[in-house]
Design a protein around this ligand. Structure first.
Ligand SMILES: [Zn+2]
Ligand SMILES: [Zn+2]
Length: 357
C-alpha cells in the first residue's frame, strides 16, 4: 500500500465535528522528509478552528482543513538534499516553515516572516494524521530517552521559552502570570528555570491554580473574583500577596482584557508586560504607565530558535512537560478528544492524541 492509501487525517470544518478522511500524501521535495506522525497535542487554536472555523485573523472560509500542529514523528523517507536526518530518526516538528530568505528570517526573527507556512493555519494543513511531509530544517532529532509525547510538548514549551526570553527573566526576578492554562503553567516552569525568585499566578479557576501549585509552576496564587473589577485595585491586591511593589515581568497568558490592564499596573518601573494571550482587537491600556515608568510592552507571536533549548530543558529533566498531559486518545477517537478538550468539566490541561507507534 502507498503512503497515500495508508494515510488518515483529522479534518475540521468549523462545526464542532472531526472527519477522519483518507488524505493523499504529497511527494517529498529535495529538502523535505516524510514522517510517520507519533503524537499530537491539542491546542486552544485547534479548538477554535474545530468549533468556529476561525482563530484570530485566520479563517477556514469554508475550506476543510487537517488540524494539529503540536507534533512529533518518525522519519520514513528523506529528500535528495537532506543530510541531517535519516529514516528511523525520531523528531519534534516545529510547525512553522519560513521562507529562509527575507530580512525577518535572516535576522533570526523568522516567526514574523510574511511567507510563513504554519501547520493548521489556513490555508496550510496540519499534522493530526498518520503520514505528513515537512521541511527537514524544521524537524529536530530528539534523544532516545525522550518520549513522543514530550516531543510534541516542545511546541507549547517553545511559546513559554520565547516569552520568558523576551521578558528578560533572570535570577531574583518577581514574575506575575495571568492565566493558569498550559502556556501559563509552562511559562511558570521556564521562569523558575531562568532563576525567577517568586512567581504569582492569577486565574479565575481555583482548580487550575491548585494544579499550578502542585506542578510547582508557581509559588503564590490569587483567584480573581467578580469583586476584582478594577484593574488598579486588583494590582494592589497582587502587590499585597506578592509582598512587593511590582513585578519585573507580567506575563499575560489568559487573553482577558481585564488581565492585560491589571498587568500594566502590577509591573514595577522598568518592568515588562508580555502579550501572550489574545484579548479583543481594540483593548484600551493605560499606556501612560508604560511611558512614565518605562514599562516595556512586548508582543509574543509563536517563537523562533527555541527547539534546541526546549529539547535540552526536557531531556535534562529540568522541566517535566508530561505532567501537563491529563487525557490521551487515539487518532480514531479524535472526535472524543476535541469534545473533551472543549468541555470545562473535563478539567483537561493538555490532551494528547496517539497517531502511530
Ligand atoms: Zn499550539
Ligand atoms: Zn522569511
Amino acid at each position: 500500500m502507498s503512503y497515500s492509501e495508508k494515510n488518515l487525517a483529522a479534518v475540521v470544518k468549523g462545526d464542532k465535528s472531526i472527519d477522519l478522511r483518507p488524505w493523499s500524501v504529497p511527494d517529498i521535495g529535495e529538502n523535505e522528509v516524510l514522517l510517520s506522525i507519533s503524537a499530537v497535542g491539542i491546542c486552544g487554536s485547534d479548538l477554535k478552528y474545530w468549533a468556529y472555523g476561525k482563530c484570530g485573523r485566520f479563517s477556514l472560509e469554508g475550506n476543510p482543513m487537517v488540524i494539529g500542529h503540536e507534533a512529533s514523528g518518525v522519519v520514513e523517507k528523506i529528500g535528495r538534499d537532506v543530510k541531517q536526518l535519516k529514516p528511523g530518526d525520531r523528531v519534534a516538528i516545529e510547525p512553522g516553515v519560513s521562507c529562509k530568505k527575507c530580512d525577518f528570517c535572516k535576522s533570526g526573527r523568522y516567526n514574523l516572516c510574511k511567507k510563513m507556512r504554519f501547520c493548521a493555519t489556513p490555508p496550510v494543513h496540519g499534522n493530526l494524521c498518520r503520514y505528513y511531509v515537512h521541511d527537514a530544517d524544521f524537524c529536530f532529532k530528539i534523544p532516545a530517552t525522550m518520549t513522543a509525547e514530550e516531543g510534541a510538548m516542545l511546541e507549547p514549551l517553545s511559546v513559554a521559552i520565547h516569552t520568558c526570553k523576551r521578558a528578560g527573566i533572570q535570577e531574583g526576578h518577581h514574575v506575575v502570570i495571568f492565566g493558569a492554562g498550559p502556556i501559563g503553567l509552562l511559562c511558570g516552569l521556564v521562569a523558575k528555570n531562568y532563576g525567577a525568585k517568586q512567581i504569582l499566578t492569577v486565574d479565575i479557576d481555583e482548580n487550575r491554580l491548585k494544579i499550578a501549585r502542585e506542578f510547582k509552576a508557581t509559588d503564590l496564587t490569587y483567584r480573581v473574583t467578580a469583586n476584582d473589577k478594577d484593574p488598579k485595585e486588583l494590582a494592589e491586591k497582587l502587590h499585597q500577596v506578592a509582598r512587593d511593589d511590582g513585578c519585573h515581568a507580567a506575563l499575560e497568558c489568559s487573553g482577558a482584557d481585564s488581565s492585560l490592564k491589571a498587568a500594566m499596573h502590577v509591573s514595577r518601573p522598568g518592568g515588562s508586560v508580555m502579550l501572550v494571550g489574545r484579548g479583543s482587537l481594540d483593548v484600551e491600556l493605560p499606556m501612560v504607565m508604560a511611558g512614565t515608568f518605562e514599562i516595556d510592552v512586548k508582543g509574543i507571536f509563536r517563537y523562533a530558535n527555541t527547539y534546541p533549548e526546549a529539547i535540552r530543558l526536557v531531556s535534562s529533566g529540568a522541566i517535566d512537560v508530561t505532567k501537563l498531559i491529563t487525557h490521551r486518545f487515539e487518532l480514531e477517537t479524535a472526535d472524543d478528544a476535541f469534545r473533551t478538550a472543549s468541555d470545562p468539566k473535563s478539567e483537561a490541561i493538555k490532551i494528547m492524541i496517539k497517531c502511530g507507534v
